[in-house]
Design a protein around this ligand. Sequence first.
Ligand code: SF4
Ligand code: SF4
Length: 344
Amino acid sequence: MWGDGLDAEEKKAHLISEGKIFIPQETRLPFPLSKSTAGPGAGSAAIALGFGGTRVKLAVNREPSRFSLALKASGGYAILDGGKPFIENVQVLKNPAHAPEQCFVNIHSHCIFNCAFCNSPRIREAGRKPEQVADFIVKTCKENDFRAVAITSAVPETIDKQADEFIFVIREVRKTLPNVIIGVEPYAETREQIRRLKEAGADEIKLNIQAATSGILAKVCPGFDYEKSLALIADAVQVFGKGKVTSNIIFGFGESDENVLECAEALAAASCIPTLRALRVNDLNRASLKEALGFEPEAPSPERILRLAEAQKKIMEKYGLTTKSMETMCCRCLCCDIVPFYDL
Ligand code: SF4
Ligand code: SF4
């Protein structure tokens, strides 16, 4: 029996909670593994897999672990759970720029902030010049026929300088690819920065609230203020429109379900799509999370991931929101979260 009767979403919740997959050295892959410099898998080799109308991205383990990828005798791939059948038909997804079917680039990894969960500043990778980023986007979109572009960045110097770099990249890309949809995931401190991004040609924006409560945000992202972030997200909805603004709430920092759902409701009430993201704990962020929180957090359980996603869907319905209105970034990628409303 494949996966003991669990549906695709339930299987995905188990995979997200585990966060990694063992790929034996001898297992041939159709594409090289990617290594992200942003997002939950930053710093480790990762693989994007498609199954049952959804996708998942997992860190690749070279030591045996709970889940493993197997090449079937008939060709094609399967996922095994403890060596037993778990998902029968799995596609290894082409992922030339971080997310399947879109060109998602990170300008800088170095950051003046020090969020406890974030691996980007710990990767020590040299940032790219905005000109190089724009060239890469144009080339990747042309080669792969992508119509979705997404841009993120850490903050190496100031938020204003970061905004200028986003604007430069957006304008350069727009010159050559006027019809792509561009999503941006910047840090912002003023409504003016958000307005300038829209004016430059961005279509969608992701401004992350990061944690469910102001107290937890103060511990895990001491450089950010919860109420100010909420106000900027509401400003972003005014500028970009309902359904074109999304925000990550990471859960697993010791908050309650009620905390997560209150935050999701506050975002939805402002017409922002809440993205519920299970914390990933790994060798790069374990010590800093423990120091910030005072305990070592664990990845949320599959049951909690599914329970929160169900409640998220109800909140979004109440406020007339759907993830389908987003055409870039995480709502479209599907790899890291249970994404209500979306299937491929
Ligand atoms: S602002 Fe925080 S989450 Fe964002 S890149 Fe910097 S350290 Fe990471
Ligand atoms: S869901 Fe978001 S963070 Fe995860 S791989 Fe896709 S684009 Fe990156």
